[in-house]
Write a protein that binds this ligand. Structure first.
Ligand SMILES: [Zn+2]
Length: 97
């Protein structure tokens, strides 16, 4: 039985002139998201990235899990307070859904 955890992934692709971002509807494995990106991106995209966003529960709750300053993964407590271990930013965000 597979124990691979399904997550929400954001997919981005670029040409010289445009950037396309695909947002997920459901949690998938990294490989599934990669296949989705290959299937749906409308051109031969050279670079494309599949980045993990969060779990499906966090996604539904609209809970951010990245540093607003540098974009690294970080977590927020129930009051919206965060402290980023990468850039040492800390602060408070309010999330409106
Ligand atoms: Zn940061």
């Amino acid at each position: 039985m597979s124990t691979i955890e399904k997550k929400m992934y954001r997919m981005k692709a670029q040409t010289e002139t445009i950037t396309i971002t695909m947002f997920p509807k459901v949690a998938t494995t990294h490989e599934e998201s990669e296949n989705e990106a290959k299937k749906h991106l409308p051109f031969e995209t050279k670079p494309f990235v599949v980045e993990e966003i969060c779990s499906e529960e966090e996604w539904k709750e609209g809970q951010p899990n990245f540093c607003p300053r540098c974009g690294s993964r970080t977590s927020f407590d129930d009051n919206g307070f965060y402290e980023c271990s990468d850039c040492e930013a800390q602060g408070h965000v309010s999330v409106e859904i």
